[in-house]
Ligand binder design. Structure first.
Ligand code: OGA
Ligand code: NI
Length: 332
């Protein structure tokens, strides 16, 4: 089993022809079979990706005491900023990684900030390197656009109108971006850069900057995702599995960096609007077996069972990975 590579240029260029439909059919196949595919032909400038990688490396090379100037607790409920190695948990266990959390830049008058919603607010940018601010904001814009284009392909593949996601779920999407730095793992140690998990939202576009270590679940085994600096790894989150009644897979994945070198990665998450409720699509004929779905899932929680808005779902998930930041979080 390998992760299929899909050249999405016809979607990026807004084409409505047989080339776009062919891409949509390829995406549909990958979403049913593996829940993972590699996005080529995406049009995100190499210069932007390269400059961001260089700036991120500069930041992570700083001493922890300097990086702590933008430590996550300083952003409060906005849940942004830097966390040290071991500061994030997966299934209750600390990950061997440090990172910076970013999101769409919200000023004080943004309605989500005014309403006191978690995960809304201004980003924390470091003093050094100063260009990180500009690069992260440009990258958020570029990846939000690409994510919406991939969602157009997913809509077409599901037999929905092309603009279905933007019209129904992602008019004001929750867009989250992280930069992770995984120090090398000792080959004999029993540790994970990120333990097995699924992503929460609609889709993730992961830049790996040529660094190996990502593995995807396939049946009883794990498939290595080859690193390639020119493509993004796209995987579906829980909300697509829920929408499609399990036809599309939110596939578990994990990271262990045994390359002997530093590993940087750039996951970008395009999620439903905060206020959206994510209901099963009418095209799903047979509702999923909720208990069976939960029993086999990594966290024993079914994606089909919850009620509420996407914001509620996300808040509950993030509270698990950063328990000390969660006290005081309401659903806003
Ligand atoms: C994630 C994730 C993989 C990576 O952030 O959800 O799976 O390579 N990241 O950092
Ligand atoms: Ni993930």
């Amino acid at each position: 089993m390998t992760v299929p590579v899909i050249a999405v240029a016809p979607l990026v260029h807004g084409r409505e022809d047989s080339a776009a439909r062919q891409v949509a059919a390829q995406i549909d196949g990958a979403c049913r079979e593996l829940g993972f595919f590699v996005v080529a032909g995406h049009g995100v400038p190499e210069q932007l990706r390269g400059d961001l990688d260089a700036a991120a490396r500069e930041f992570f090379a700083l001493p922890d005491t300097t990086k702590a100037d933008i430590a996550m607790p300083r952003a409060g409920l906005a849940w942004r900023g830097w966390f040290p190695v071991g500061g994030e948990l997966t299934s209750g266990r600390p990950d061997l990684k440090e990172g910076i959390y970013f999101g769409a830049e919200h000023g004080p008058t943004h309605q989500g900030v005014q309403a006191g919603r978690p995960l809304h607010g201004a980003n924390l940018f470091p003093e050094h390197p100063p260009q990180l601010r500009r690069l992260v904001l440009a990258y958020l814009d570029a990846l939000t656009a690409l994510g919406q284009q991939v969602l157009e392909g997913i809509a077409l593949g599901l037999g929905l109108p092309r603009g279905w996601f933007a019209d129904n779920l992602t008019r004001d999407p929750v867009a989250l971006f992280r930069i992770f730095h995984y120090p090398p793992s000792e080959p004999a140690a029993d540790d994970w850069g990120v333990g097995e998990h699924t992503d929460y939202g609609l889709l993730t576009l992961l830049g790996q900057a040529g660094n190996a270590g990502l593995q995807v679940r396939s049946g009883d085994g794990w498939v290595d995702v080859p690193p390639d600096p020119d493509t993004f790894v796209c995987n579906l989150g829980d909300m697509l599995e829920r929408l499609t009644g399990g036809r599309y897979l939110s596939t578990p994945h994990r990271v262990r960096n045994v390359s002997g070198a530093e590993r940087l990665s750039y996951p970008f998450f395009l999620d439903p609007s905060w206020e959206a409720t994510v209901d099963r699509l009418p095209i799903v004929e047979r509702p999923p077996d909720d208990d069976a779905a939960a029993a086999t899932r990594w966290d024993h929680a079914s994606v089909h069972g919850f009620t509420g808005t996407y914001g509620d779902y996300l808040t509950e998930k993030v509270a698990k990975v950063f328990p000390e930041l969660a006290s005081g979080a309401g659903s806003g």
